[in-house]
Design a protein around this ligand. Structure first.
Ligand code: PMP
Length: 372
């Protein structure tokens, strides 16, 4: 088994100082690479000021305010209210509770083959019994529909509090939602008073070439959930909505959703520095060009299909044996690559957004060699 002792940019290094190109960003977390000096400085500066104080709303926690402002300037008017937590799963739990409280309804609709986290609430939205079965009973009143299937939409009705969807379904092998499907979902949610919740935990913070993937579709969710790359490598999660929706958890009961460490100041400072870095170096502008280069270079008789969007790509091989063999060979040649939870025929590519064109040439050569 490999052990990495340090990281720099797109590389992780083992104890013999052998560099490995990180093509998964652990997963979709290190969007600006490892040990970015501006993020490291922000962490150190914040630790020198204070690392923690009570975050239940009594005091102003400036790093949280800064991170919220930084995100808000890039988000539409109905996504200006922020609730910070510590992880993706926690943010999903929060979004689910808010949706129930705001609508006064309990039915939740999720997509088959989604992954929203491992806590009991988020796990309840996992359709695959192999993963959820041993932990039952989970939450009741969860219904599943098929991704990109217009006919399934009829399951959403006046009793539905929320629909959860990843705009690019990750663990099935980076499957993008169709425009038609998201339009129809938005329309049905509007008609039934259901909240449309986008899980952008993996797609967010620039991975698809926009800050959030919903921007590709010209529709807006009612609640947006972020985590992973949001903290620039530090643990944080958030759900974001209108203040009208967010206010529904303000009272009755008081402290209806709290977390001791939620929106930890050091993590917020890191997240802020990371957002500033993405903006300063205009990293989003270059994502589609890098995607095109990957797609152009990854041509091989064994590659059946390349899917995904931006720097969130999957390549489909014949079977898991091929996937496992290719992953092993890539590792031997210093490239870290991964597979997917529900689609074992595909290899996952989600490098730091800072990967250069010449580094893309290099890793694609290694992948093609490993396939031979
Ligand atoms: N949603 C999606 C789309 C994810 O990819 C993940 C993490 N893989 C989660 C939710 C859960 O996030 P966390 O592991 O931070 O709880």
């Amino acid at each position: 088994m490999y052990e990495f002792v340090r990281g720099k940019g797109i590389h992780l290094y083992d104890r013999y100082n052998k560099p490995f190109i990180d093509l998964i960003s652990g997963i979709a977390v290190n969007n600006i690479g490892h040990c970015n000096p501006e993020v490291t400085k922000a962490i150190k500066d914040q630790v020198d000021k204070y690392s923690h104080q009570m975050v239940y709303g009594e005091y102003i926690v400036q790093p949280q305010v800064q991170l919220a402002k930084n995100l808000a300037k890039n988000l539409p008017s109905n996504l200006q209210s922020f609730y910070f937590l510590n992880s993706g799963s926690e943010a999903i739990e929060g979004a689910m509770k808010v949706a129930k409280k705001y609508t006064g309804r309990s039915k939740i609709v999720a997509m088959r083959n989604a992954y929203h986290g491992s806590s009991s609430g988020s796990l309840s939205m996992m359709s695959n019994e192999y993963y959820s079965g041993p932990f039952k009973p989970l939450l009741p009143n969860i219904y599943f529909m098929d991704y990109n299937d217009l006919d399934s939409i009829e399951i959403i009705d006046e009793r539905t509090a929320a629909v959860f969807i990843e705009p690019i379904q990750a663990e099935i092998g980076y499957l993008p939602a169709t425009q038609e499907f998201l339009n129809a979902l938005r329309e049905k949610c509007d008609k039934t008073g259901t909240l449309l919740i986008f899980d952008e935990i993996q797609t967010g913070i620039g991975r698809t070439g926009k800050l959030f993937a919903f921007e590709h579709y010209n529709i807006t969710p009612d609640i947006l959930v972020s985590a992973k790359a949001l903290g620039g490598g530090m643990p944080i999660g958030a759900f974001i909505s209108s203040s009208k929706i967010m206010k529904s958890i303000e009272d009755k009961p008081i402290l209806g959703h709290i977390s001791t460490f939620g929106g930890h100041p050091v993590c917020c400072a890191a997240g802020n520095a990371s957002l500033n870095y993405i903006e300063k170096y205009q990293l989003l502008d270059k994502v589609s060009e890098k995607e095109a280069l990957f797609r152009k270079l990854l041509v091989h008789p064994k590659i059946k299909k390349t899917s995904g969007k931006g720097l969130m790509l999957s390549i489909e091989l014949d079977n898991f044996d091929e996937v496992e063999r290719t992953m092993k060979r890539c590792m031997e040649h210093g490239v870290i690559i991964d597979w997917f939870l529900y689609n074992t025929n595909c290899l996952r590519i989600s490098p730091p957004l800072i990967i250069s064109n010449s580094e893309i040439h290099k890793v694609c050569k290694t992948i093609l060699r490993s396939l031979d």
